[in-house]
Design a protein around this ligand. Structure first.
Ligand SMILES: [Fe+2]
Length: 231
C-alpha cells in the first residue's frame, strides 16, 4: 500500500499529508473473495466469509472424548465423567434460564425481593455453567451449548411460556434444584469410584453447595408465615 501511495502523489512538492487521501481514492475496490485485495499478495485485508458452507470435518465430534491433555485419567473414566457433566450442564443451563424467566415475569407483593434474588441466582448458575463446560473440555469431551441441544438433553420438564404466580415459580425452581441435586449425589459417588477427583470436587464443592444454598433462600418464600401479628 505504501508504494501505491507514493505513485499516487503529485509530482510537485506537496505536503505529505495530501498523499494519504489520494492513495485511498486510487485503491480499486476489491471483490469480497479474500484474494487479491491489495497490490501486495502477502497482505489480504478481506475477511473470508461463509466458510461454514464448505466446512471440512469438525475438529471433534460431540460425544467423543480425546486424550489430548495429560491429566492422569484413562479414557473410560473421562467418558463416564463427560457424560455425567453434560447432563448436569444441560440441566444447569435450563435452571439458569428459568431463573431469568422468573426474574422478568415475577408479580405480586414480593416482586422486588424475588426479582433481585432470581437474578442473583441466575448469575451464580451462569458461573456454574462455565465451570462445568470447561471441566468437560479439560477431560477431552465436547460441552453441549446451544438451546436446541440443551432442550433435547435436559432432564428438567419443559415449563410454560406463560407468566405465573410467585409460589408456582418458586415450586418449579425447587423441583428443578431437587432433580439436579439428586443427580449430583449419584454422579459424585461415580466420579469418586472412578478416581476422577476433580469432577467429584466440582460436583460437591461447586454444584451441590450452590444448589443447596439457593434451595434455602427460595424455599423460605413459600412458608406460610404471618407478616404482622404472630398466630
Ligand atoms: Fe434484569
Amino acid at each position: 500500500m505504501a508504494t501505491s501511495a507514493k505513485a499516487a502523489a503529485p509530482k510537485a512538492a506537496a505536503p505529505k499529508k495530501a498523499a494519504a487521501p489520494a492513495a485511498k481514492k486510487t485503491a480499486a475496490p476489491a471483490a469480497n473473495t479474500g484474494k487479491g485485495a491489495g497490490t501486495n499478495p502477502a497482505v489480504d485485508i478481506q475477511p473470508i466469509l461463509n466458510q461454514q458452507n464448505h466446512a471440512p470435518a469438525p475438529t471433534q465430534k460431540y460425544g467423543t472424548v480425546s486424550q489430548r491433555l495429560p491429566i492422569g485419567l484413562d479414557e473410560s473414566t473421562r467418558r463416564e465423567s463427560v457424560t455425567m457433566l453434560n447432563q448436569l450442564l444441560a440441566d444447569t443451563i435450563t435452571l439458569r434460564d428459568m431463573y431469568k424467566k422468573h426474574h422478568w415475569q415475577v408479580v405480586g407483593p414480593t416482586f422486588y425481593q424475588l426479582h433481585l434474588l432470581y437474578d442473583k441466582h441466575y448469575e451464580e448458575q451462569a458461573t456454574l455453567v462455565d465451570t462445568i463446560a470447561e471441566r468437560i473440555q479439560i477431560l477431552g469431551g465436547v460441552a453441549v451449548a446451544m438451546a436446541h441441544d440443551v432442550a433435547e438433553l435436559t432432564s428438567l420438564p419443559r415449563i410454560p411460556r406463560d407468566r405465573e404466580e410467585a409460589p408456582i415459580q418458586v415450586s418449579r425452581l425447587l423441583s428443578a434444584h431437587q432433580t439436579i441435586l439428586k443427580n449430583c449425589h449419584d454422579y459424585a459417588k461415580k466420579a469418586d469410584e472412578s478416581g476422577d477427583d476433580g469432577t467429584n470436587d466440582l460436583i460437591v464443592s461447586d454444584l451441590m453447595r450452590t444448589n443447596e444454598f439457593q434451595v434455602w433462600f427460595v424455599s423460605e418464600h413459600v412458608v406460610d408465615s404471618p407478616l404482622t401479628r404472630a398466630e
